[in-house]
Structure formats: C-alpha cells, structure tokens
Ligand binder design. Sequence first.
Ligand SMILES: [Zn+2]
Length: 171
Amino acid sequence: MALPVPAAESSRPECAIEDPITFREVDLPDGKVTLDSAVTLRCDFAVEVAGWIRDDLAALAQKENTKLTKLSGVGGHACRNRNGAANAPISEHASGNALDLFGLAFENGRNVALAGKEPELRPLRQAIQRSVCGRFTTVLGPGADASHKDHLHMDLRERTRGFRMCQWAVE
Ligand SMILES: [Zn+2]
C-alpha cells in the first residue's frame, strides 16, 4: 500500500524517490512490529530504519521484559519543504530519506509517547535517544524546535565532516 501522494506533487522531480519501498510491518525473530500507517522510504534508508527497529528498539523492549508491537504516528515520504515552510529548503521527507515517529506500544500494554516528561519513562526515552542518535545523522525531537515538540524526526542527511545532529532533550 503506497502513501497517498498527490499526483501533481509526486511528479515534482525533487520529490522522486530513488528505489522506493513501501512497508507496514517489520519482522522480528519472534514476532513483528506493525506501523500505524504504511511508509514509503528510499530503500537504503528503509534498511537502516528496519535495523533500528529490529535490533535496537526490540532489544530495549526485551530489557523491559516485553516485546515491541507497534509504532504510532509514523510518517515517511512527503513532498514538502522542511517543517512545511514555504521558503525552507526541501525536506529529506521529499526524497524518502526521513521518518517521523510519535510513539511505541509494547505487548504488556504500555504505550510510550516519545515526547513526555514522566520520570519513570526517562531511562527508556534516554535509551531510545542513544540508539536513534547512534544510527541516524539527523535526529530532531522535543527541545529541538516548535515543529518537533511532539515527535521524533530521523534522517541520514550527509553533512560536511560527518557532522551529526542529535537534538532531542529528554526531560
Ligand atoms: Zn520529519
């Protein structure tokens, strides 16, 4: 199932995805993680996202004696400028090179929003932050700017001298 990209917009050359893949599930060795909506990503970025979910997030769930079952508020390909601003540079979302995520759900019934201040969830959010910033070159979340106060954005944008941006203030 592909994301509904308006035809006029998807024909903009800067919004073409090289080697696109659309998926709604990631297989785990002992189950699967379901995304609340299908995402379309560039294939090599999708491989990194799937690895993060399968290897890092699933391991964090295991430490909490549960399993990761769902990802919510998932967004992938979108033909737009950064933060939807008219004069901003084109977003990494336009090339299928970025993912947005609001929250995780676990088999034990726990739902964890990535934005939040519950002290008991701080260690888990910090562990997620370490893993996401280890894999992706751009991570923007709560504390980065107004556009990311309620969710996490990750992409693999390449910058000079390998500079990485990890802006998520876990409170
Ligand atoms: Zn984003």
